[in-house]
Write a protein that binds this ligand. Structure first.
Ligand code: ADP
Ligand code: MG
Length: 396
């Protein structure tokens, strides 16, 4: 399933052409300012390559979920400003993606200029993959580049519709790097292969568990996912976050996995998530008026030891309510252990919006082989081996 990368395209197919790039600039904006520029920077390798070959980058992205109509607070205008500051050079802005004005602006771009178009989800038809909208967007480029890994699991017009009508359609450098890293995880050739699964959205994680259960040497479960597995085993979880709908699946997976699936032996509990301290209790002794908010110290140690010995590691989902210290200790312990594994030569990948944020906030980003920029997309790719937005690109 090798796809053509922007790097594989001969220079003459790029030079002077307008490259319509689907980027993932779904970034946090507050009071008109971009609070985290990680995703902007992640697109720079592709943008720099295009600019160095005198192409004209025309960028399309969504931001939030405006539902097919403009919402001022979800405008990409602040992103255009931040992009200009970060990258240097002129970033022009088009009020409506795919409009005649946007087409005109794309044709008027000069050397080293970039055009960013307004939020594609302001347009009716984007999330429905409307063919007419795809054709309008496609007029803004002479070739298509998908560099929006984090949106590639969505069959939306700007992701799968446009490459259907605009060729060549190639993978950008970020998408290429993501695919390479996640492909290695999927193949699971190294051993011990350890999967760490935490966070909250149990439903999203079940396909990953299904797909890895027979291949991973150990599956370490934490966070609210662990609460759900414990509840499925009949343990009283007090006021802990448990996903009721996922209980049958948790029961079934537990039976299938046997001893390779590990649940926490102890937990940190508190009466309220706002608490500033917690108490360590055995996993089957969560008080009725408390919630489990992190893995406990014994589990930290045990999980850390397994993670440290891994030769291939995929981690999705924090071990606890990491946004509220001290309930970040389990997550930090796993992150540090993963860093030691990387140091020993292991291939370590974090996929998941919140898990990646936890690693970044702990200052440990450089201790992993790869930090995926796509939460849902990374999960879906490691589980299914492909994504709608990748499938449609030109084959090598
Ligand atoms: P990711 O984005 O990495 O895939 P999720 O979105 O599934 O991860 O889950 C992240 C969220 O799960 C975080 O907001 C975190 O606070 C929450 N969480 C983790 N463990 C617990 C817990 N024990 N109780 C409540 N929330 C938890
Ligand atoms: Mg999340």
């Amino acid at each position: 399933m090798r796809k053509i990368s922007l790097r594989d395209l001969p220079e003459e197919r790029i030079r002077g052409r307008r490259a319509l790039v689907r980027v993932d600039y779904n970034v946090p904006v507050e009071g008109g300012r971009v609070r985290d520029r990680t995703r902007l920077r992640a697109s720079f390798p592709t943008l720099r390559l295009l600019l160095s070959r005198e192409a004209r980058p025309v960028l399309a992205s969504h931001l939030g979920r405006p539902g097919g109509a403009p919402e001022p607070e979800l405008s990409l205008r602040p992103v255009a400003r931040a992009l200009g500051e970060e990258l240097g050079g002129t970033v022009r802005f088009a009020e409506t993606a795919g409009s005649d004005e946007a087409v005109e602006a794309s044709r008027g771009l000069e050397d080293d200029e970039i055009l960013l178009m307004e939020n594609t989800r302001f347009l009716p038809g984007e999330t429905e993959n409307d063919p007419e909208l795809s054709r309008r967007l496609a007029r803004c480029g002479d070739l298509f580049v998908n560099d929006a890994f984090g949106a590639s699991h969505r069959a939306h017009a700007s992701v799968v519709g446009v490459p259907g009508v605009l060729r060549p359609a190639v993978a950008g450098l970020l998408v290429g790097a993501e695919l390479e890293a996640l492909q290695r995880v999927r193949e699971g050739h190294r051993s011990p292969f350890v999967l760490v699964l935490g966070g909250a959205k149990v439903g999203d994680k079940i396909p990953v568990l299904e797909s890895f259960l027979d291949r991973a040497d150990a599956v370490l479960v934490g966070g609210a996912v662990a609460n759900t597995f414990l509840a499925a085993a009949g343990v009283e979880m007090g006021r802990s976050r448990v996903e009721q709908e996922a209980l049958p699946a948790a029961r079934r997976l537990r039976d299938r996995a046997g001893s390779r699936l590990r649940l926490p032996g102890d937990l940190i509990v508190a009466a309220r998530p706002e608490a500033t301290s917690g108490a360590a209790v055995a996993a089957d002794a969560v008080p009725a008026d408390s919630a489990a908010l992190d893995i406990g110290p014994e589990t930290r140690e045990l999980y850390g030891a397994v993670v440290e010995e891994a030769d291939l590691l995929f981690w999705n989902g924090p071990m606890g309510l990491f946004e509220r210290p001290p309930f970040d200790e389990g997550t930090r312990a796993v992150a540090r252990a993963a860093g030691r594994a990387t140091g020993r030569g292991a291939f370590t990948v974090v996929g998941g919006g919140d898990s990646a944020r936890a690693v970044r906030e702990a200052g440990l980003s450089d201790q992993f082989s790869h930090l995926s920029t796509g939460g849902g997309a990374a999960l879906e790719f490691v589980a299914a081996g492909t994504l709608p937005g990748i499938d449609v690109l030109d084959d090598l």
